[in-house]
Each structure stands twice: as C-alpha cells, then as structure tokens.
Design a binder for this molecule. Structure first.
Ligand SMILES: Nc1ncnc2c1ncn2[C@@H]1O[C@H](COP(=O)(O)OP(=O)(O)OP(=O)(O)O)[C@@H](O)[C@H]1O
Length: 764
C-alpha cells in the first residue's frame, strides 16, 4: 500500500511539478538553524551553513535520485529506507504514534534524513532551540504571552459613539478606554505605530532632503530608558517646532495614527490646549509624547493583575470622568483638503485624545516592565513623506495589471530609476465622494509601520500626476496563493503546507502581538514569491483590537459597491469567516483570524475551499453540516449570539478527523487513495484552529509550537519550495474568471471589461 501511495499521488505530483515548473532545489540543511530560519524568516542563518552540510545534502539528493531511478519513486525510496530502521523510524512514530509509512519524508524537508538519527537530532535541536529561546529571553516576554482574546473589546452602541463630539476630543482631559500596552519594540521608536508620535521631518539645509529631527532619532537603549524613566515634562528643545523656512509640516503616515490609538484632532505630537483648535497648539517632544502615551496604557502586569474586567473597569472609570474616547467618524472617509485634512477621525478607535492630553505618572508599572523586559529588536525607522515629497507615479513604468480588488487596482511596474520591479496598488478613489477611503489609510498606515518577513513590504507612497490618486509601492510578489493553486495540478504537499503555514503563523502572531486583527485572511491575500517566501497583504480591513469596535463591524464588506459586485465580494470573504462573525457576535478578537487560518490550511492541503457558502446562512449551514451544530456546552455564550435566533438543524458534533478518518471529502479522497493528506497530528491542529468557541481556539503562538510542525515530513525549507512561472501576461483576476463558470464571476468579468475601457493615464 505504501508503495502504491508513494508511487501514486505524491510521485505524480512531484513529477508534475518538475515538468511544469522549474522546481528549484537549492541547498538545504537539516539543522535547527533551518527550522529557525523558517520560523523567523531570517536569511542570515542560512549564510552560516557550512560547505560540509551542503555537500552532504548534495550527496544525499544524488543518492535519493539514484534510488528513485531504481524504485520509480523519489519519495518512496527515501521514506522506505527511513521507516525501516533507526529505532522507530524517526519522529513520527516516536512522537505521535504515526507510522513512518504514513508520514513520508518529502524532498526539501528541514531534516534530510527523517527516520534517522539526524531527524532525532534535528528534533532535539529544535527543542533545544526553543529552550534556548526561552532561556535567552529570561521570563517570557509579554509579547510572547498568549493573547487569545482582546482584553478590551467593547460592545459599543452607535449612540454612545455618536455622542462623542469633536469639541470634547479637543478639550477634555481624561483617561482612555485602556488601549493595549505598547509593544516594547515600538516604544523606543519615535515613528512607532503605538508611540503615536508623528514626527515632522526637517529639511536638511545641505542636501535639501527631509530628515528626522536629531532629537527624535532613536537614542541608545540606556539613554532612552533613562529619559523614559525620568518622565520629564519639560519639552525637549530639539523637538520643538523648527523655526523658519526649514520646517516642513508634512503628513507623515509612517507613524501610525490609528495604531497609536490616536484620534484627537491636530497633528500627532501636539497637545490641544483649548477649544480653539487648531489655533493654539503646543508641540511635545516625541520622547515626552511617548512617555505620556505609555503611562496611560495598561502594562502587561496590569493586564495580568486586573485582567479583562480590570481593564473594562478602568475604562468605565475613565468614561465616568468625561468620556469621549470613543469617536466615530460616522463614515469611513477622510476628506483631503477639507477640515478633516488636519485631523483624521478613525472610526471607533478613539484613543488619541486621551493619550495626548494625559499626564504621566513617573515610575509607572509600565516603566518597571520596560526595565525588566528583554527587548525585542526594534523595527527599522522609516521616513516616508506623505503627500509632500512623495514621488510621482510617472517615475514608474507600467508593465501590466496584476489584479483588481475591492479597494485598489494592483499593477506590476518598474522603477525607471532603479529598474526594480514593484507592485503598485492604486487606491480606488473614483467612487469616493467623501474623500480618502479609511480602509486605504489603515492599510497604508499598517504596512508602512509594520515590518516582518511575512508581511508585504510597502516601500513608499507615490502620487498620480494630478495628485488625485495615491499608490502604494510594494515589493513585487510573483503569485497569490489563490491564483497559484488554480494553476497547480496537485495541491501542495504536507511539508510545503507546513512551510507556508509556519510563515503565515509567524506573520499573524506578529500582527496579534501588535494588537492588529487582519480580518480578511484568505488565499488571495497571501502572496508567494519565487524564493518560497509567503507574505500577507491587503490590510484594508485590518484594525487595532483592544479599541472599541462598532457593533456593525462584523459586516466587513464595504457598502460602496452595490448589487452583484457586493455579493461577489461577500462570497469571497464568507468562505473564511469565523462562525462568531457569521452569527453576529459583536465582540471578537484574534480568534477570527485563527479560524481563517484553519480554512486556509485545509485549502492548501486540498486545493479546495473548506466551506464555500454562497450566503451567510449557507456558509454557517455548511460549517454546521461538517463540524456539527454547536451548543452552550461546547461554546458557552453561543445561544446568545444574535444569529442563533435562526433555528439551525442540529447536526451531530464532530471534528474534521473522527477516529482517524477525515470527514471532509477532499481529505477522505486522499485517504481512499492511500495517501493521507494529513496526519493525526495535522488533523489535531486543524481541529484546534476550527474550534467553535473562540476562547478555546488555538492562538498563533500555540499553533507555531504544535506537534505537526515537528513530525515528519518536516516543513520544507523555503529555498526548496517549488518555484512557478509568474504569469504576467494575464491579470490574475481575469485568469480566475476564465477558469470559473460561476455566474457571479461572469458578471465580474463584464464589469472588468467595462471598467478597463474607461481608464485614463497609464495607471488608469
Ligand atoms: N505586492 C504585491 N505583489 C504582487 N501582487 C500583489 C501584491 N499585492 C497585491 N497583489 C495582487 O493583487 C490582488 C489584490 O490586492 P489586495 O488584496 O491588496 O487588493 P484589495 O482591493 O484590498 O483586494 P480585496 O478585494 O481582496 O479586498 C491580490 O490578491 C494579489 O493577487
């Protein structure tokens, strides 16, 4: 049976890939460093490999190929030899009772000799590495602590939101609804999203370029700590508004307004003194601002002590003192060139006012925390001059349209100066009567602020020739996983899925650690380049959690579009929407992204969407049919969800793998053909991701440490992931439409054709 299996699907798959795609097999090692590199995305570790290891692997690959030629199966030969010896055949049987036969070793796994001592060594190395990581960090960093749920997600009604007035925002001094603690990494950086300080660059007299004022360049760690510890109210002269012509007030979106929890009018870094905003402003030094902001945030210790209720209590207390923190713009637009140009109301995320005007307490717990907590590496500073100083899109040559999403059209383009190929995402403005769409602002903010190997990098923002359009310049990624899977004949193998899932989980963990929910994770928002790197894109729906959420935010699709297009978009997102959203929960948190990850994992393994409902009801029905209908016992609070008023058929509860058998047809099929798509441990992870009760659903951090990633087949090295030819000639959306007979897709295609006629300028 094993031979049949190994000679079947996997072999075909591999041969298929080899014939269709240029499968890149670069050097790989079986060391813990490789595992680390996958986990961290660090390329540095790779460089440390020694030549011996490369040679050894080349020899092994050659050996394996020779065996493949003999046995007619690349993978079977290796796994057969693996399973036969070495006391239990490696990690699988030892760790989770999986037979080695079932758990093939795949080319490109991090361990090149599964079932051998190497594999065991590799496992222990991974363990050692984990231990070392903890030891190195000493006590577990708050960032590493589980944060399954937002400690501060309010069920806030619109009335309350709307009662907040702008005038109050400008004048009232109050305590915040407690925003999340600043991630340490961001505290030191004046441009940090949670620092909430917008730095106004100063023109360099010599070069004429805009630079950060000296005072806001990050001080050495100790110095910085001292300053923060002193918490001086005195303003830093260096950071005062520069005098004379050299002061250039720019809108610098590199520091995140919303992520700073910063909603008050006026530029960040300014205090609003009185009602006459914006006439009288006092500028604070970034350090001071940071300190003030920080002191009003709950430290992780406070969270530990007070927990969710404590946080809420603090929140209510502060509201009692004159709450205005919950600001709602009432719409999702910021008018450019209007009054709103001076300040942006970020819907429901009214945090700025309190942070900017609050007065600090020296020696807060937070500062203690700073001193005690090991410091994760700070993100690199990035200065992007928005609107003033932005380059023109004319400096790019348009190559082709890649795709068009809800909020933007994405082009492949070439920087005329450097020749670098980039992706340009044009913010859709044509239907915006009320200004700049907030979704785009959020996306720009997050992507400029966040830096992680698993998050697509936005290099800069450029403007259209008439200054009426804005483009994000992103690193170009050859594929999105949705389009790629449509082109692939076979799904990704387990070890490839592990490689992709590890990168995805790292990215999601980073977001969650930094209090951001993506809310729109789906395969078309996961980009893959030909270096095997996965990156999350499309942060249009992302938002900070721990800030008040509007009750309607579970309807995440935009209402800017109507009719069929709206339906189409809803369907897309429905696939991966967590049940609590579908059932109208008003409070949700990181768990919604984890559900999406479960759907993505299943889709990567099978090439089919797990739950492909056409409407919300259909979607929830599909989930219930597959996993059973939840009840109060397994999901306390379930019966109180607004959507549960509907009488759902009661299906028996079960997991995706009941007694070792997959209940979802694509997984069953693979079982039938003798090639299990997923081990028991894999099913365990999948079931934990698809747990109904959001409180019990696995977190990104827990998932990263799941057994599945440590058993054979081990995650494939990024460098050993197959490469696929980029299909530039056609845009991805058209390709999708051509493949699908779906009437909605057909309609969308017509819209596409229609839309393309009316474009003006090389970038539309
Ligand atoms: N940096 C990039 N490199 C290559 N392709 C990209 C890049 N960013 C986005 N794309 C492509 O463009 C598509 C749409 O991008 P994106 O999801 O950011 O737009 P959107 O309007 O927010 O979409 P949605 O309708 O999903 O909300 C993606 O699915 C992907 O195929």
């Amino acid at each position: 049976m094993a031979a049949g299996r190994q000679g079947g699907y996997r072999d075909n798959e591999y041969r298929d890939r080899e014939s269709n795609f240029d499968v890149s097999r670069r050097a790989l090692t079986n060391s813990k460093e490789e595992y680390d590199r996958i986990r961290t995305g660090s390329r540095d570790v790779v460089r440390t490999r020694n030549t011996d290891a490369r040679d050894r692997i080349r020899v092994r690959q050659k050996d394996v190929r020779e065996r493949e030629a003999i046995n007619g199966s690349y993978r079977s030969s290796s796994s057969r030899s693996d399973s036969g010896s070495s006391g239990g055949g490696g990690l699988g049987p030892k760790r989770c009772g999986l037979s080695v036969k079932a758990m093939d070793k795949e080319p490109g796994e991090l361990s090149s000799d599964s079932g051998s001592d190497d594999a065991i060594e590799s496992e222990s190395q991974v363990k050692d590495f984990e231990v070392a990581k903890v030891e190195k960090n000493g006590t577990q960093s708050p960032l590493e602590r589980k944060r399954k749920f937002s400690p501060i997600v309010w069920d806030q009604d619109d009335k309350e939101v709307n009662n907040s007035s702008k005038v109050k925002v400008a004048t009232t001094v109050t305590t915040l609804p407690p925003p999340p603690p600043l991630p340490r990494a961001f505290r030191q950086s004046p441009n940090a999203p949670y620092g909430g300080v917008e730095i106004h660059p100063v023109k360099n007299r010599e070069t004429g370029t805009l630079e950060l004022p000296t005072a806001v360049k990050p001080p050495p760690a100790e110095q910085s700590d001292q300053k923060l510890g002193n918490n001086q109210e005195a303003e830093q002269p260096e950071a005062e508004q520069p005098e004379g012509d050299d002061y250039v007030p720019t809108h610098n979106i590199s520091s995140s307004r919303w992520a700073a929890g910063d909603n008050s009018p006026g530029d960040e870094g300014e205090i609003i003194d009185d009602d006459e905003f914006p006439k009288r402003r006092r500028r604070l030094s970034p350090e001071l601002m940071n300190t003030r902001v920080r002191n009003k945030l709950l430290s992780p210790e406070e969270y530990k002590r007070d927990g969710y209720e404590g946080a809420r209590a603090k929140s209510s207390e502060s509201e009692g003192r004159g709450s205005h923190g919950r600001i709602s713009s009432g719409d999702d637009h910021v008018g450019i060139g209007s009054d709103k140009d001076d300040y942006m109301e970020i819907d429901g995320q009214g945090v700025k006012s309190e942070t900017t005007v609050s007065h600090s307490d020296t020696g807060s717990e937070d500062e203690d925390y700073e001193r005690e907590t090991p410091e994760p590496p700070a993100p690199p500073l990035r200065v992007v001059n928005m609107l003033q100083g932005c380059r023109s899109v004319d400096e790019f040559e348009r190559l082709n349209k890649i795709d068009e999403g809800t909020y933007g059209v994405v082009y492949r383009a070439k920087d005329k100066k450097t020749g670098e190929v980039v992706a340009l995402k044009k913010v859709k403005m044509e239907k915006e009567k009320e200004g700049f769409p907030l979704t785009s602002l959020r996306e720009i903010n997050i992507l400029l602020s966040f830096h992680h190997p698993s998050i697509v990098d936005v290099k800069e923002v450029v403007v259209g020739s008439n200054l009426d359009s804005i483009f994000m310049v992103m690193e170009y990624m050859e594929h999105d996983l949705k389009a790629l899977m449509e082109a692939m004949k076979q799904p990704f193998s387990q070890s490839e899925v592990k490689c992709l899932m590890l990168q995805l989980l790292e990215g999601v963990k980073y977001l969650h650690d930094n209090w951001v929910l993506h809310r729109d994770l789906k395969t078309s928002n996961l980009l893959l380049n030909n270096r095997g790197e996965l990156k999350i894109c499309d942060f249009g729906l992302a938002r900070q959690y721990g800030s008040p959420l509007k009750p309607y935010t579970h309807l995440v699709v935009t209402l800017w579009y109507s009719g069929v297009v709206l339906l189409y978009l809803m369907v897309l997102y429905l696939f991966l929407r967590a049940p609590e959203l579908l059932l109208g929960a008003k409070q949700y948190s990181t768990a919604i992204d984890m559900w999406s990850l479960g759907c993505i994992m299943a889709e990567l393994l099978s090439k089919e969407p797990l739950f492909n409902g056409k409407t919300e009801f259909d979607q929830i029905d599909k989930i219930f049919r597959t996993l059973g209908t939840p009840n109060e016992t397994i999901w306390p609070g379930f019966s109180k969800l607004p959507g549960v008023k509907v009488n759902f058929v009661k299906h028996q509860l079960r997991t995706l793998a009941g007694s070792g058998l997959a209940i979802w047809p694509p997984l069953v099929n693979f079982k039938v053909t003798g090639s299990p798509v997923l081990s028991d441990s894999g099913f365990d992870l999948l079931n934990k991701l698809l747990t109904y009760d959001p409180e019990k659903r696995i977190t990104a951090e827990e998932a990263l440490n799941h057994e599945w990633f440590r058993e054979v087949p081990l995650p494939k090295s990024k460098e050993f992931m197959p490469t696929f030819p980029a299909q530039h000639a056609q845009d991805r959306r058209t390709r999708r439409v051509l493949k699908s007979p779906d009437p909605l897709e057909e309609q969308r295609r017509k819209e596409l054709q229609h839309g393309e006629l009316g474009t003006g300028g090389i970038f539309g």
